[in-house]
Design a protein. Structure first.
Length: 512
């Protein structure tokens, strides 16, 4: 028997404080973190010709982490709880919300890993470092939705972010990549500092970091501290808004995406955005429900400005400009972030915030699959035409008909047009959340932005089927990992389109 256990038996007060760890509940992020360390150690002993095994280990490990979610379905489990707190406040909770986000995060990381197999080999990226950083970031992203105190939330946010900085700048000797990583790092550090300032304000007012306890103490806080509490609520959201790429915290997106390897850009656009949205949902709905008059209008304005800024900039992209394909997807991701913020803003004005958050998660599931699929096709074209122009995708149907059809499907899903049924359904769910919450003006802004986005999505789609210029054909051979990534994303998109109502019920079950 260990010394702490003997002490607990000798002193009943200590026994009441003793905590047992629910290992199955924490397995998804823990397994991913352990796998990251295993890959890093294995890299020290594997010869150069065996380095591709690290990618295979990563794929198997992420698939295993996804499987560990199955025993947790239908249960609400918590661990790392404070025994003497009212209601038993816990730092880690595996509920329906957590499982949906972990499915999205780990699934996005798995699809990114498939997409990365060819990139790591062709760009001669250091395999050990690449797979370690990807897994470490995914572990932090998987921890964040289960976090139920502000300290764990910020730590998970940084664990997800710090490896991403290195991933962006991993192409050694390339100036554009280094500049992108530096801009991403400096702006993220500033946003995190502001968030920590907000957390300190909230702690000063409430005396606790647990989200449920904050929610109970804020309404009864000293009236003289009301302004401090309002400032804390607003500042706490800044770091998460940055990760979501919400305006005006979006300026890092286009340069970072174009400077990063294409799979990393896709990872940031999906998993990085999910991390930010998850943090916003947790701190607003769980910790600050009594301050909805502060964060509700703030998120509504952020959503309107973000979607407008993103779609306007995407519309202005010149097809012949270098890296215009990735830049368009980057600005498109900013516009999509605006749509994703709409239900979170609506949660402040409705009596059923879990349904509003569920609409955001349903949209995020659709967006994750089709956006990573679009990045996979861009990576395929960039192998033959490194300039990465939109015009490089002209006549893709002539040489790679399956890839062209897949990219057309992805773009139509993002636009919300048939046959991308899931994209249309997701936009309707978000639009309905705004209308039901009485945010008619925001619904109108969203409708106008959807029309603007149709222009650049359809323009790119049409380009895929135009005749090729003389001598402008692409090689017919396509790497198997890229083809597998495109096929997997398309399969998920089609499956989601086949059962949109089921997806909405799945994401709205057991939230909070």
């Amino acid at each position: 028997m260990t010394a702490p256990a003997m002490a607990a038996l000798a002193h009943p007060a200590l026994a009441a404080q003793a905590q047992s760890v629910d290992w199955p509940a924490i397995t998804p992020p823990t397994l991913t973190a352990v796998l990251a360390l295993a890959v890093l150690v294995a890299d020290l002993f594997l010869p150069e010709r065996r380095k591709p095994l690290l990618g295979v280990i990563t794929l198997v490990g992420l698939a295993a982490a996804l499987l560990t979610l199955l025993p947790l379905i239908g249960e609400d489990r918590a661990t790392f709880c404070v025994a003497d707190a009212a209601g038993g406040a816990c730092s880690y909770t595996a509920d329906g919300f957590t499982l949906v986000v972990q499915l999205l995060v780990l699934g996005g990381a798995l699809l990114t890993a498939v997409l990365s197999l060819a990139t790591v080999r062709d760009d001669r990226l250091p395999a050990g470092e690449y797979w370690f950083l990807l897994l470490a970031s995914a572990a932090g992203a998987a921890l964040l939705p289960a976090s139920r105190d502000l300290a764990t939330l910020v730590i998970a946010l940084e664990v997800a972010s710090l490896p991403a900085f290195a991933l962006v700048g991993l192409r050694r000797g390339e100036r554009r990549s280094a500049e992108a990583a530096l801009k991403f790092f400096l702006s993220s550090v500033a946003a995190t500092a502001v968030t920590l300032l907000g957390v300190s304000f909230v702690y000063a007012v409430t005396g606790t970091l647990h989200l449920t306890e904050i929610a109970g103490r804020l309404p009864d806080a000293d009236p003289e501290l009301h302004t401090l509490a309002q400032a804390g609520v607003a500042l706490t959201l800044v770091g998460f808004a940055f990760k979501t790429a919400a305006a005006p915290f979006h300026f890092w997106v286009p340069d970072t995406y174009t400077g990063a390897p294409v799979p990393v850009a896709g990872y940031l656009s999906v998993v990085g955005k999910t991390v930010g949205l998850t943090g916003i949902a947790l701190v607003t709905v769980l910790a600050f429900p009594s301050y909805g008059e502060v964060w509700g209008p703030l998120l509504a304005v952020l959503a309107a400005v973000t979607m407008t800024a993103g779609n306007t900039a995407a519309l202005r992209q010149r097809p012949g400009r270098r890296h215009s394909a990735v830049r368009l997807l980057a600005w498109s991701s900013v516009g999509q972030a605006g749509y994703l913020l709409v239900p979170l803003a609506a949660a402040a004005y409705t009596g059923t915030p879990d349904e509003a958050v569920g609409a955001t998660l349903a949209y995020a599931l659709m967006y994750a699959a089709v956006n990573l699929g679009a990045f996979a096709v861009v990576a395929l074209v960039a192998r033959a035409r490194p300039a990465g122009r939109l015009t490089d995708h002209r006549a893709l149907y002539a040489t790679h008909p399956a890839h062209a059809l897949a990219l057309g499907f992805f773009l139509l899903c993002l636009a919300g047009l048939p046959p991308g049924v899931i994209g249309l359904f997701a936009k309707v769910a978000v639009f309905s959340a705004a209308v039901d919450a009485g945010l008619g003006w925001l619904a109108v802004v969203m409708a106008l932005n959807v029309v603007v986005a149709l222009v650049y999505y359809l323009r790119w789609t049409a380009l895929l089927f135009r005749p090729a210029a003389a001598g402008a054909g692409l090689p017919r051979a396509a790497p198997r990992p890229l083809t597998a990534a495109v096929a997997l994303a398309a399969l998920i998109g089609v499956a989601l389109s086949g059962a949109p109502q089921l997806i909405l019920r799945f994401t709205a079950t057991g939230l909070f």
